[in-house]
Ligand binder design. Sequence first.
Ligand SMILES: [Zn+2]
Length: 289
Amino acid sequence: MIAFDWLQRARAEGFAIGAFNVGNLETFKAIVQAAANKKSPIIIESSPGETHWMGASNIADIGKNFSKEYGIPIIVNLDHSETPEDCMAAIEAGYGLVHFDGSKFSYEENVKIAKQVVEAAHSKGIIVEGEIDRIVGAGSEVHKEMYTVEQIRSGYTDPKKARKFIEETGVDVFAAFFGNIHGTVPPGGQPPLDIALLQKVKEIAGTFLSLHGGSGIDESDIKLAIEMGGINKVNVNTDLRVAFRASLEKTLKDNPDTVALYKIFPPVIKSVQQVVERWIDICGSANKV
Ligand SMILES: [Zn+2]
């Protein structure tokens, strides 16, 4: 129950745990080195695409190996799974947390599947994240288009509906939407977070709360969401991907003749690590280990 225990501690002490996506071993290394450097607990997560790319068992096992090697708690999370089969595979593989995203289903179907996932996960001491609202932003990418205020508001969490969903499914973590969107948008496109709405969700949810789409949101807004809105888990993906790609392009350009991969990746890892360390500071989880 490492995931539950750490989220419990985050809630008691008013900090959040950063949840960072991995798409390869180098990103994994960057996140873990940042966590070790900052003495912070960490959530490593994989989206369905990233999970199929790397393999659920590989991700779970690398998490265990790095946790032992670096002496930091690593919670491995399945991010935005849309099928019960993927959730079950992650539970089998040894993930500590699974996020079932049933927001594309009808409310009734979402509840039905989430309940099954919760039952299977809880029997193995694994906790579950759920959501009912469709987050705006198709994927953790650098979006070139702006969303209208109406589009963004259309995905906002209804606190009463959230409470009902949590009661009916027994999920442990609830993904709230209050101005957060996936990926980044052009300057001026990210609205301020609706902290008052988040506080209403916090008052009646009774679960841990997550903030998706951390990239691109003002640092002070994230801190407010943690300190006043009770956010315990902050998901960040795009910032890492952008740093990885930019650094890789520069490294290849600077070293046109290098073919040894272990010589190419260290500066790339370093730049992703710096991004993660910044997020650990924002989450307030440094020196908690
Ligand atoms: Zn998300």
